[in-house]
Design a protein around this ligand. Structure first.
Ligand code: ADP
Length: 173
């Protein structure tokens, strides 16, 4: 499995699946969630509403991941995951690692070979981007045996890109 980190806008990624830092309601929010819904169009919101009506009436739990279609986005699937919210006392790194691990497992389950991931919880949810990077890289390295061939971390700013590159350069993870 190739793992890389670039600076960019995840909505423009031409990969099989992009990961969304959603909230439990799955009904849209700000940050990367807002950007993904804006670029995908109403089809994505309709797919999320359908999940709420059927398999996820109470929403998506923190740390879990679920795939939908991608509407007008250039990818095929959006994998929604809910990061822990540090402002609500959700500070267990295992929850954050679970987001990345479960997103990758969901990608493998649906047959996605190339996956782009943002810095889940490093925005409004208040986690230190360096800690997000360490958990993300550890989670992905733990899953190198799956059929996913490429994981690309797509970061929105140079400082966040730098901490992801540092985590990737650390052989201990
Ligand atoms: P959370 O609520 O999980 O913290 P946010 O969307 O607020 O999620 O932020 C997560 C990360 O996504 C932040 O580093 C933010 O800068 C970044 N981000 C925002 N928009 C985009 C985008 N279009 N592509 C990639 N990353 C983005």
């Amino acid at each position: 499995m190739d793992i890389e980190a670039i600076r960019g806008d995840i909505t423009a990624e031409r990969v099989d699946a992009i990961v969304n830092a959603a909230n439990s309601s799955l009904l849209g929010g700000g940050g990367v969630d807002g950007a993904i819904h804006a670029a995908a169009g109403p089809e994505l919101l309709a797919a999320c509403r359908a999940l709420r009506r059927t398999t996820l009436p109470d929403g998506l739990p923190v740390g879990a991941a679920v795939a939908t279609g991608a509407g007008a986005l250039p990818c095929r699937w959006v994998i929604h995951t809910v990061g822990p919210n540090a402002h609500r006392g959700q500070t267990d790194p295992a929850l954050l690692r679970a987001c990345f691990r479960n997103s990758l497992d969901e990608a493998a389950r649906i047959g996605a070979r190339t996956v782009a991931m943002p810095a889940v919880s490093a925005g409004v949810y208040g986690w230190d981007p360096a800690e997000v990077a360490r958990e993300a890289v550890a989670a992905v390295r733990d899953r190198t045996g799956t059929d996913v061939e490429l994981v690309r971390f797509v970061l929105f700013s140079d400082p966040v890109l730098a901490v992801f590159r540092a985590a990737l350069d650390d052989p201990g993870r």
